[in-house]
Every structure is written in structure tokens, then in C-alpha cells.
Design a protein around this ligand. Sequence first.
Ligand SMILES: [Fe+2]
Length: 181
Amino acid sequence: MNIRWSHCVLRVRDLDAMVSFYCDVLGFAVADRGPLGPDGTQIVFLSGSSSDHHQIAFAAVRGPEDATSLEHNAFRVDSIADVKEMFARVTADPRVKAAAPLTHGNAISVYFADPEGNGIEIFCDTPWHVQQPQARGWDPSKSDDDVLASVEADFRNEPEFMPMERYRQNGRRPSVRVEEK
Ligand SMILES: [Fe+2]
């Protein structure tokens, strides 16, 4: 399995301050923002890449009990079969307390935590872009084709649903200019 680090999500206390710092100083741009759930908790996605919807995201959920700001690190794999294999591996491993198969429309993922509680997302890309945040369940017992078909059916009426290639061609990806010193 070819596994590559993709992005991280941090829990933050001051969302505006964090977004401003990463945009002003590091040159990231906001790719998407919105509520994580019915309570209206906000998440902001930042990217400076033409190939990744986000490279870092901030969720305004850091409470006094959270010892670490890390919500999760995400690692990209090549296929739905790889995500299903990882789901089977972690559900069989007694060190993993729970594993959640979730899809964001633009990705098919499994979420779990390492032995110290750091979140991990393993995902493969779908052929589509969908406005974020979005999350629904998917069924790892289905065939790869059926998983992809159910994801398309679940998200095709969501805002900005389009082929990923068209999203990139539209120039929606932010660009980062790094000044030479
Ligand atoms: Fe993620």
C-alpha cells in the first residue's frame, strides 16, 4: 500500500487569528469554510496547492480538556480497496478502539486514533469536488464500484459538485507566492 501524508486538522481557540496568521505569513488561501455540525462550530480549510483541496484546516473546537491541538493527520492511499483494507486492519487490531468509515464526497475515508488518541484519517480521492465541510457514512462491505456509485448518488446534488479536473481548471485553487529572500 502506497501511503502519503496529505494534511492535518488542528483544534484551535481563536479561529480568525489562526486563519489570518497562516494566510498573511505563510501565504495560504482559504479554500472552504463552514459549520461542522448543527451547533455551528466552524471549520476553515486552507490550501496553497493545485492538487489538494486543503493542506491544513482549523476547527474551532479546542477546549480546556484538549491536551493537544491535533485533531487528525490524514494520509492518502491509491484506491477504495486500500481504504477498505485499512478499515479491516484497524477494526481487527485491539489497539484501535473504534474506526469510522466517512466520506466527504471528494474523499472516501476511515477515521480512527492511535494509542495516544491522535486522530488518523486514511483516504483515497474520488473523481469529484464538493464544497466542504461535508461528511456521510459509507459501507465498507460493498464492492468498490458500489461504494463509488453510492458516494456519487449521495453528493451529486450538493453545492459545487463537479469533476475534480474542472474544479482545478476553473482556477478555484488558491496560489501561493513565496517571496525569495
Ligand atoms: Fe481530513
